[in-house]
Design a protein around this ligand. Structure first.
Ligand code: HEC
Ligand code: HEC
Length: 244
């Protein structure tokens, strides 16, 4: 039989794809777990003990930099930025993925579920300390100020009629991070990632939010409102100002 390189490559690709689809189906079939507050507190006990220098080494050694950028600020609209987050939140998200609390339909979270399964608590704390030590993302060029207007109103005032609290009440006046160390910063976050995160809460594919707070706030929001909120927060950046 003659060896046919392009066909062989195609066959390998198709086989890999089929295996991935099966793995994904198995992954989705597992029920979605939730955090008990006491269990989370115990799991995060190491979060403040991280060593930023070791985290920096791991960030490059484990190729986190390939997607999340040289220092954790994403160079691409495909990946979230990790800089500007408090250590507790980053450590928590890595535990969330490891425990199958974050899934999606197009396999982005699946990458992180795999990656986080290779990390132990000490490595997670070191990585978290590194991202927290780096400057928060600045305003990305793709931000659309006009699109952000409606989002600005929802973020600062909420919508009492629909039971939506002002996002700023928890995520900070400038989206700089929350009242508790496990509430994420939203300023300067990649809009595509923000939208995906909100949709996953809305669809119940992300159960990492303790007590279901984000699932509750995301449910009544329309797609247009979510997009607007994403552009509002992307525009805040570390400079903490926006003129919509
Ligand atoms: C192949 C690309 C890729 C690599 C490599 C990768 N990530 Fe990710 N990471 C992603 C994507 C995509 C997401 C968003 C997934 C989602 O929608 O839940 C993400 C999300 C995250 C989040 C959650 C962000 C948030 O705001 O909740 C953390 C923390 C994170 N990654 C850390 C890491 C660390 C640490 C490594 C290395 C050990 C790493 N990532 C390697 C692509 C990658
Ligand atoms: C009661 C406090 C509270 C309010 C109000 C709130 N949030 Fe959150 N939000 C949280 C917490 C806590 C998390 C982390 C949940 C988790 O770990 O999954 C979070 C997570 C998020 C995330 C995921 C960020 C990431 O990096 O993955 C987004 C996006 C978000 N919130 C947007 C919003 C928006 C938009 C509003 C207003 C409509 C809002 N939040 C209102 C507490 C709140």
């Amino acid at each position: 039989m003659n060896f046919h390189p392009p066909l062989a490559a195609l066959l390998v690709a198709v086989t890999c794809l089929a295996t991935n689809v099966q793995a994904q189906e198995r992954h989705n079939a597992v029920p979605m777990p939730e955090w008990e507050p006491a269990q989370l507190e115990q799991a995060l006990a190491k979060a403040t003990l991280g060593r930023a220098e070791e985290g920096k080494r791991l960030h490059h050694f484990l190729y986190c930099s390939a997607c999340h950028g040289d220092n954790g600020t994403s160079p691409s609209r495909n990946w979230p930025s990790l800089t500007g987050q408090k250590p507790d939140y980053v450590m928590k998200t890595l535990l969330d993925y490891k425990q199958n609390m974050r899934r999606d339909h197009y396999r982005k979270a699946f990458v992180m579920t795999k990656v986080s399964s290779l990390l132990d608590d000490t490595q997670m704390a070191d990585l978290a300390a590194y991202y927290a030590s780096q400057p928060a993302p600045t305003v990305p060029p793709q931000t659309q100020g006009k699109l952000a207007r409606k989002g600005a109103l929802l973020a600062t005032q909420g919508d009492a009629k629909r039971g939506i609290a002002a996002c700023a009440g928890c995520h900070g006046e400038q989206g700089e991070s929350g009242v508790t160390p496990d509430t994420p910063a939203l300023a300067g976050q990649t809009p595509e990632y923000f939208i995906q995160a909100m949709k996953m809460y809305k669809q119940g594919m992300r159960t990492s939010d303790v007590g279901g707070v984000m699932r509750m706030f995301a449910r009544p929001l329309s797609d247009a409102e979510i997009t607007s909120l994403a552009h509002y927060y992307a525009g805040l950046g570390s400079r903490g100002s926006l003129a919509p």
